[in-house]
Design a protein around this ligand. Structure first.
Ligand code: ZN
Ligand code: ZN
Length: 592
C-alpha cells in the first residue's frame, strides 16, 4: 500500500484571485502552452486551498494553515471545483500532447470526484474519523525541511484553528455510523500523543523566545482539550444512540457504483468486476487443487486426501508454510533476495531497469514502524530524485508465537512474491519509470488501481517467465497470494452492496481464501470502514492483463512484451483505461 489519498472535503479552500491570461496572449499560444499555463495556475491555487495535502506531498508554502471544515469552506470548495471544470472545458484536449492530455483527464476526474464526494457521498456527515489533525502536525515535526525553530513557529500558527476545527466537525456530523465512530475515538486518542508528548518534547532543545514558547504551550493545551472534548462528545453520542437508530455503514449499490467509477476509473462496472472476480476465484481454486493433487505424494503421502477440495488445499498450504526464514534473518533474507530477483527480470528482458536509481533496502526507521512488514518508500513529486527505500521492519517486537504466524504467512515462497510486488518489477520499478517523465499531476492524483494493479500484474509477469523454476510449490503459494486480491474484491462488494454479515465474511476468508483468523478479523474491520479501495488490486491487474491480451491480438507478431511494459509505464500513474486510450492512439491501433 503506497498512495494515501486525502479526502478533498477536509482540505481548506481559501480562494485566491482567479488568474486568467490576458486576451492578447491567448491567441498566440498553442494548446499545450495554454494548458501548461493552466496547470501552473491550477496547482498553485490548489495548494493554497489544500495546504495539508500540499505539506504531505512536499509543497510547504502553505504549511501553517489549517482549514476549518464548516459549511462556508465546503461552499468555497464547490465554487473552486466548478470554476476549474469550466476552465478545462475551454481547453481542447484533442489538440494536447499525450502528457498533457493525460494530466487533463486526471485533473478532470479529481474535480468531478471532489464534487461527488461533497454533494453526493457526504462523508463529512457520517464519518467522524475524517476529523483528525494529528498527521500533518506530526509530519511537520518529523520532516526536516526547515530548521526546528521555524517548524515550531509554523506549528504555533497552524494550531490556532484547532479548537474551531473540532467545533466545526461536531456541527458537520449528523448521522455517524457505529464503525466510523469507533475508529474516530480510537484514532483521536492516538492523536493526543502528538500534542501532549511529541511536540512538547521538542520545545526544550529549541531556540524559541519565552513569549513564543508560552504561546506554543497554550495552544498545545487548547488543541489537546479540543480533541479530548471531541472524543467525549463521540463517546456520549455512542452511548445515547440505540442500535436501531445507527445508520448502516454499508453504502449500497448506487453509491458504490459511483464511488467505484471515481476512485478506480475502470472499463468495468463494480458489478462486472465482482462477477469476474467470482469466476477468477473458482479457476484459482481449480488450479490450486490440481497442484495439491500433484504434490500430495511428495509431502503428505501418509495421509489420505480429504474429499473436500478446499480442505485438501488448506492442508497442503499449512504443510508447506513451515518452510520459512528464521525470525532474526528476515531483513537479511530480503536484502539477499533483491539482486537475484532484479537479475531474473533483467535476464528475461521483461522491462528496462535503471542502475543509476538503485533501491536501498533498509530496516524501517522507528517512526515508520507502525506495522511489521515491508513497503517501498518512494520520493514525493517535489523531491523526485531522492532515494527509494525498501523499508523492512524487523520482527523484534513480536512474541515467538506472533513471529511464527507471521513467518508462516511470509514463508519461503510468499516472501519472494512480496519482494516482487513491493519492489522489482512491482512498486519500485513502476515508480522509477513514472519518474522518468515527471508529472506532478500524475504523481499527486495518481490512480491507486493502476499502481496496485501493476504490482499484482508484475507477480504474474515473473511467474510466466518461469521465476522459481516453475516449481509447483511456487505456483501454489503465488496462487494463494493472488487469491487474496480476488477475494478482497468479492468481500468488499458482498459487504457494501449485498449486505454480507460478519460470520459469513470471516468464513469466506478462512475457508475459501485460506487466511488465518487474525488476518480475516482485520480484513473485516477494514471492509466496514472503507469502501471500494479493496477492489483496486484486482481491478488494475485484470485491466492490465486484458489490455495486454488485446494488444497481442491486434499486433500479432509485432507484439513485444518488453516494449509493451516500458511503454505502458511511461504514462505515469494514470488509470489503465486512460493509458489504453493514449497508447492505442500513439501506436495507430483501433480503439474499439
Ligand atoms: Zn502494493
Ligand atoms: Zn516455523
Amino acid at each position: 500500500m503506497m498512495i494515501k489519498k486525502m479526502v478533498w472535503s477536509l482540505l481548506v479552500l481559501t480562494l485566491s484571485a482567479c488568474t486568467t491570461m490576458s486576451d492578447s496572449k491567448k491567441n498566440t499560444l498553442s494548446s499545450d502552452q495554454k494548458f501548461d499555463k493552466f496547470e501552473d495556475v491550477f496547482l498553485d491555487e490548489f495548494w493554497s486551498l489544500a495546504p495539508g495535502w500540499g505539506t504531505y506531498v512536499g509543497y510547504y508554502k502553505y504549511d501553517d494553515q489549517l482549514p476549518i471544515p464548516n459549511e462556508a469552506q465546503r461552499a468555497k470548495e464547490r465554487v473552486f471545483m466548478q470554476r476549474t471544470l469550466a476552465q478545462l472545458d475551454e481547453l481542447d484536449q484533442a489538440k494536447l500532447s499525450v502528457e498533457n492530455a493525460t494530466d487533463y483527464e486526471l485533473i478532470k476526474n479529481q474535480l468531478e470526484s471532489g464534487l461527488w464526494y461533497l454533494d453526493e457521498f457526504k462523508e463529512y456527515q457520517w464519518n467522524p474519523s475524517q476529523y483528525n489533525v494529528a498527521n500533518i502536525f506530526g509530519l511537520i515535526l518529523s520532516t526536516e525541511y526547515k530548521p526546528l525553530d521555524e517548524r515550531l513557529r509554523t506549528i504555533t500558527t497552524r494550531l490556532e484553528n484547532v479548537p474551531a476545527y473540532y467545533a466545526a466537525a461536531q456541527r458537520s456530523i449528523s448521522k455517524p455510523t457505529m464503525q466510523h465512530t469507533d475508529l474516530a475515538i480510537q484514532q483521536n486518542k492516538g492523536a493526543l500523543l502528538v500534542f501532549d508528548e511529541l511536540i512538547p518534547g521538542k520545545i526544550e532543545g529549541a531556540g524559541l523566545t519565552p513569549v513564543e514558547r508560552q504561546q506554543l504551550n497554550e495552544r498545545l493545551m487548547a488543541a489537546s482539550a479540543a480533541i479530548s472534548s471531541y472524543i467525549a462528545w463521540l463517546e456520549k453520542l455512542q452511548a445515547e444512540t440505540s442500535k436501531e437508530q445507527v445508520p448502516d455503514f454499508r453504502i449500497g449499490e448506487r453509491l458504490y457504483e459511483q464511488k467505484f467509477k471515481y476512485d478506480i476509473v475502470s472499463n468495468y462496472s463494480a458489478k462486472e468486476l465482482y462477477q469476474k472476480a467470482i469466476a477468477e476465484k473458482n479457476s484459482l481454486h481449480e488450479r490450486m487443487f490440481k497442484i495439491t493433487e500433484e504434490l500430495w505424494p511428495k509431502y503428505l503421502a501418509s495421509q489420505s486426501m480429504p474429499s473436500d477440495r478446499l480442505v485438501a488445499i488448506k492442508m497442503m498450504i499449512d504443510h508447506l508454510s513451515a518452510r520459512h526464514v528464521d525470525r532474526d534473518n528476515f531483513v537479511t533474507e530480503i536484502r539477499r533476495q533483491m539482486p537475484i530477483i532484479q537479475k531474473f527480470m533483467d535476464d528475461n528482458k521483461l522491462l528496462d531497469s535503471d542502475p543509476t536509481r538503485p533501491l536501498v533496502v533498509r530496516e524501517a526507521p522507528e517512526y515508520q514502524r507502525g506495522f511489521a512488514g515491508a513497503s517501498v518508500d518512494a520520493p514525493g513529486p517535489y523531491d523526485a530524485t531522492a532515494n527509494t527505500y525498501y523499508n523492512v521492519t524487523p520482527l523484534d517486537d513480536f512474541t515467538d508465537e506472533q513471529a511464527e504466524s507471521y513467518l508462516r504467512e511470509y514463508n519461503h515462497w510468499i516472501l519472494q512474491v512480496l519482494n516482487i510486488h513491493e519492489a522489482t518489477p512491482g512498486h519500485y520499478t513502476q515508480l522509477m519509470h513514472a519518474n522518468k517523465s515527471p508529472s506532478k499531476i500524475k504523481s499527486i492524483f495518481g490512480n491507486g488501481a493502476m499502481i496496485e494493479g501493476w504490482a499484482v500484474y508484475s507477480e504474474l509477469m515473473m511467474m510466466e517467465a518461469g521465476y522459481g523454476n516453475n516449481e509447483p510449490e511456487m505456483w501454489l503459494m503465488y496462487s494463494k497470494w493472488n487469491l487474496r486480491a480476488v477475494i478482497n474484491t468479492i468481500l468488499d462488494y458482498q459487504i457494501q452492496v449485498l449486505g454480507m454479515q460478519k460470520n459469513a465474511a470471516i468464513n469466506m476468508l478462512m475457508a475459501e481464501g485460506f487466511q488465518e483468523q487474525a488476518e480475516a478479523d482485520g480484513k473485516w474491520r477494514r471492509a466496514t470502514v472503507s469502501q471500494v479501495q479493496l477492489t483496486s488490486y484486482y481491478n488494475g491487474y485484470a485491466e492490465i492483463l486484458a489490455f495486454r491480451e488485446e494488444l497481442k491480438e491486434k499486433m500479432g507478431n509485432d507484439f513485444d512484451l518488453r516494449t509493451f511494459h516500458n511503454k505502458f509505464l511511461s504514462y505515469g500513474n494514470s488509470p489503465v483505461p486512460v493509458i489504453r486510450k493514449l497508447m492505442l492512439k500513439e501506436w495507430g491501433l483501433a480503439l474499439d
